[in-house]
Design a protein around this ligand. Structure first.
Ligand SMILES: CC(C)(COP(=O)(O)OP(=O)(O)OC[C@H]1O[C@@H](n2cnc3c(N)ncnc32)[C@H](O)[C@@H]1OP(=O)(O)O)[C@@H](O)C(=O)NCCC(=O)NCCS
Length: 280
């Protein structure tokens, strides 16, 4: 098998990878789609796409997601008829070379909850369960009211000043991630205010047609536990309505406040993704 290594994808390569992903879902059931962009990686020069080609045909691929220098998330998909022939191992070994070269100390294997194969592979390479995320979709119901909060779109000449954006998104780890997220195309960020005070934020990305991925939801620590998270979700759902598309989000299964918040706003879990960690 030949391995094509790159830090960007042509539209044709992206389409072939999406086809392999869809084949895997058809076989094993739905699972989180791979993030086929390097736009949020902390160093955009590090190769993050590894395509395994057999006779010119894409047999499988691995993507590294590296929002910070502390860990690289590895998500891989191998075409069902090519599984069990060492494709993942070859892709993983090649990706690991890049992770080590970049001095990243930890790999997170992304494992779907359908079937034991992904789990067994992660454990085979010495990775241990780290955390899980539920992928939630909205089943309907009215958007919560937001009498105390307003929101303002970040960016453009009418957008809020950057120091206010930073205060609103203070719950978000890492200024670099915030900056990269704000600059990346297809993403919209909203600063949430209580009166004039920035106290929270949320973002949308529209990577998959027909869906709006809601992420980076948060309320500044001093304002939590007073129902403002629920009001923020009311604002987010109204903004989503204006844009159209099904609202989707990921939440850490151990994040009780966030899980309760989303369940109370009409979201339900469709599938779960587990993360297995390996310290290098
Ligand atoms: C998640 C977050 C936005 C919730 O905001 P909040 O203003 O504290 O939430 P609310 O006061 O509106 O409460 C929402 C729900 O969470 C519950 N909740 C709030 N704090 C909780 C806690 N510490 N433990 C358990 N449940 C809690 C509330 O009871 C309420 O549920 P209910 O409607 O069933 O009673 C906030 O905790 C936060 O910013 N966390 C850090 C960032 C984060 O984890 N974001 C989610 C990423 S997916």
């Amino acid at each position: 098998m030949d391995i094509l290594v790159s830090n960007s994808l042509t539209p044709e390569e992206k389409a072939r990878m999406e086809e392999v992903y869809r084949d895997c879902c058809r076989r094993a059931g739905p699972c989180a789609e791979p993030f086929l962009s390097g736009e949020l990686n902390f160093d955009k020069n590090i190769p993050c796409f590894f395509q395994g080609l057999e006779d010119g045909r894409l047999a499988g691929f691995l993507v590294l997601f590296m929002p910070g220098a502390q860990e690289a998330e590895a998500a891989a998909f191998v075409r069902p008829d090519c599984q069990g022939r060492g494709c993942f191992s070859a892709l993983y070994r090649r990706a690991l070379e890049e992770v080590r070269r970049a001095g990243i100390p930890r790999v997170l294997f992304v494992v779907g909850d359908r079937g034991p194969r992904g789990r067994a592979v992660a454990e085979h390479y010495g990775a241990r369960p780290d955390h899980g995320e539920n992928r939630m979709f909205r089943d309907g119901g009215p958007a919560p009211a937001h009498p105390d909060l307003t929101c303002q779109k970040v960016g453009g000449p009418d957008g809020p000043p950057m120091d206010e954006v930073r205060r609103g998104f203070s719950f978000q780890a890492g200024d670099d991630f915030l900056q990269a997220a704000l600059e990346s195309p297809g993403r919209a960020a909203f600063l949430v205010r209580l009166g004039a005070q920035p106290i929270g934020g949320f973002m949308f990305s529209a990577a998959t047609p027909g869906t709006l991925f809601l992420h980076s939801v948060g309320i500044a620590p001093a304002h939590r536990g007073r129902g403002l998270g629920r009001q923020l979700m009311g604002l987010a759902l109204e903004e989503a309505e204006k844009r159209g598309g099904e609202v989707v989000l990921d939440v850490d299964t151990a994040n009780t406040p966030a899980c309760r918040l989303y369940l109370g706003c009409g979201f339900a879990t469709r599938y779960r993704t587990d993360y297995y960690a390996l310290d290098l």
